[in-house]
Design a protein around this ligand. Structure first.
Ligand SMILES: Nc1ncnc2c1ncn2[C@@H]1O[C@H](COP(=O)(O)OP(=O)(O)O)[C@@H](O)[C@H]1O
Ligand SMILES: [Mg+2]
Length: 249
């Protein structure tokens, strides 16, 4: 689904020494992979996701998505197949708008073909059904402003909005870092459930040791812009919490 070939990203700002954020990464990620990426701050994890989403263009190297060369395509030309969820629960949704209006916006943005957009009851019912799956009781509060919800509730809704369309790739950059432990668990379980249900290719960046251990069928560690470890499903199953812990220290 995602093929990276000899990818480099160097940031040069003014007279400062250039930063090699991503250095010669080659990586192939399968359609149904759930990849967890760990690594110290500044090791290039977010830059790697930015390169995949088109938020940042590579200095050199190639990016293929579903066998198509998208290396030079800007974000908006890749976005129909890719959704991102960031650390800040408030960045994914509009606080002043109601839950249902946020879903309308999301449907417009992704030009969802299966859902008829508008004020019609059909759209509302479909969204309510989806939201009911979260088990947070939010399906009865569709007219409530997004800003009145907790961080965990907003992040759960952001995830749900992200997967509504013909989405294929879900990029999660520390999606639970700003949440309390219980909400974080709920959001992670939802991410896993949606990945399976919609057969997504998911990449999760996390600093949470337990999440790195629990989720995903592949784990990659980055250091100084390079991949320092890459364990497939078989190796990840054998990995103990203590071993992952030693990676983090
Ligand atoms: N837009 C940018 N402009 C300049 N430098 C950047 C930019 N984005 C990232 N960097 C630098 O690239 C390096 C890798 O950053 P990043 O990918 O955010 O790491 P991580 O997500 O692993 O913490 C860091 O040194 C960071 O300061
Ligand atoms: Mg980062």
């Amino acid at each position: 689904m995602i093929d990276l070939q000899n990818l480099y990203k160097t940031f040069t700002i003014g007279e400062a020494k250039p930063i090699n954020a991503v250095q010669n990464i080659s990586l192939s990620i399968d359609k149904n992979d759930f990849v967890v990426i760990v690594g110290a701050n500044g090791s290039g994890k977010s830059t790697l996701l930015n390169l995949i989403s088109g938020n940042v263009l590579p200095s050199s190297g190639k990016i293929f998505i579903a066998s198509k060369d998208v290396s030079r395509l800007p974000e908006y030309k890749r976005s129909p197949a890719i959704a991102r969820v960031f650390q800040n629960p408030f960045s994914g949704t509009a606080a002043d708008l109601s839950i249902i209006d946020n879903f309308r916006l999301a449907a417009l943005r992704t030009q969802n073909k299966t859902l008829k957009i508008g004020v019609n009851q059909n759209f509302k019912n479909k969204i309510a059904q989806q939201i009911a799956q979260l088990g947070m009781g939010l399906e009865d509060k569709l007219e409530q402003a997004m800003g009145s919800l907790s961080g965990g509730q907003r992040q759960a809704l952001t995830l749900l909005m992200a997967v509504m369309d013909d989405l294929k790739i879900l990029l999660l950059d520390e999606p639970t870092a700003a949440l309390d432990p219980r909400s974080a668990d709920k959001v992670m379980q939802l991410a896993q459930q949606l990945t399976q249900q919609y057969q997504l290719c998911t990449i999760l960046i996390t600093h949470n040791l337990k999440d790195a251990f629990t989720y995903g069928n592949r784990i990659i560690q980055m250091a100084e812009g390079k991949i320092s470890k890459d364990l497939d499903a078989t190796s990840k199953t054998k990995l103990t919490q203590n071993e992952i812990f030693s990676w983090f220290s």
